[in-house]
Design a protein around this ligand. Structure first.
Ligand SMILES: [Zn+2]
Length: 315
């Protein structure tokens, strides 16, 4: 029996239609903010990579209460996640004073749509990278997260932050531009409590994400941050850190992973063989591993090849 193209399309459309009610169901994020220091609220993401199950609820959000609404540091992966964070700020913290994106990875700013009426701030290079990669990130996230992404469009920051202390509603935050996790990473120190909001320069009990990493620069940034002797650290991913474990673990992970990649290149392994060898055993059971290690091999492999190859003349 021959079917026309029209029949095929009609049949495909029918099979895609959902039973009444399901299509209208909103996806809800079950966010549970907790006050980790005086006036500092943390929404802890799952220690996972993006999946259809977690909807991108994989990143930590910080809300700093001020006399004029909350400073929201990072906004999550989707418009709906941003809206859920926004609802908490409106209901409990007197609204939103400003939004600050720590860096351009999409789990940190694709929720900006929920805050379009507030100042959206970032380092200049971060804002530029957000604009540059918005389409690529959106394509990937729609493919992975599906309906969680409904209505989501990445809105890059339009306001610029610089190094130094800045007053937000009577509360002073020290803005610390660094790099290493990406080429532009912002950390913030709350001068009232000494709490460091580290963005993805610090991970704890979750494998660091290395696709845009520069190991030496990142390690130097960790030295700068630990020299501040913060009273506690709110990492980009993982639990609130009251004893500096995040600094130590992130340093150890970076050094060990760098060495593992270098050794694989020295041995002449192919990337597939390096992936098959797996992450450093000590870190194999961290949240988001082995997925993050596999991404590291794919994205950081060329660094190691360059280091392992002999220099053959040239300028
Ligand atoms: Zn990141």
């Amino acid at each position: 029996m021959l079917l026309s193209r029209r029949h095929l399309i009609a049949g495909a459309a029918a099979s895609l239609a959902l039973p009444h009610g399901i299509a209208a169901q909103a996806r809800n994020y079950d966010l549970t903010p907790s006050e980790v220091a005086e006036g500092i609220w943390m929404i802890e993401g799952r220690r996972e990579v993006f999946t259809r199950e977690n909807g991108g609820d994989i990143v930590n959000i910080a809300l700093v209460a001020t006399g004029a609404g909350a400073v929201v540091v990072d906004t999550g992966s989707t418009a709906a996640m941003g809206a859920a964070i926004r609802a908490f700020a409106d209901q409990k913290l007197g609204g939103v004073n400003a939004v600050i994106n720590t860096h351009h990875h999409p789990d940190h700013w694709f929720g900006n749509a929920g805050f379009a009426d507030a100042p959206l701030l970032a380092l200049p290079e971060t804002a530029q990278l957000c604009g540059q990669y918005e389409q690529d990130f959106a394509r990937s996230l729609y493919a992975i997260l599906g309906s969680w992404m409904s209505g989501t469009q990445g809105i890059p920051a339009t306001g610029i932050v610089q190094a130094g202390s800045r007053d937000f509603g009577g509360r002073s935050l020290r803005l610390i531009p660094l790099a290493g996790h990406t080429s532009a990473d912002l950390a913030l120190l709350d001068e009232r409590t000494g709490t460091l909001i580290a963005g993805d320069l610090v991970f704890l009990d979750r494998a660091p994400s290395l696709p845009d990493a520069d190991f030496a620069t990142w390690l130097a940034a960790l030295d700068r941050l630990s020299a501040l002797a913060p009273s506690a650290t709110l990492p980009g991913h993982g639990p609130f850190d009251r004893d500096g474990a995040g600094f130590a673990q992130t340093r150890a992970y970076l050094a060990a992973t760098r060495d593992r990649l270098a050794m694989a290149a020295d041995l002449g392994l192919t990337p597939v063989e390096a992936m098959a060898a797996g992450p450093v055993p000590e870190f194999a059971t961290l949240g988001a591993n082995p997925e993050e290690f596999l991404r590291s091999v794919v994205r950081r492999w060329s660094d190691q090849e360059k280091l392992a190859l002999p220099v053959i003349g040239g300028a």
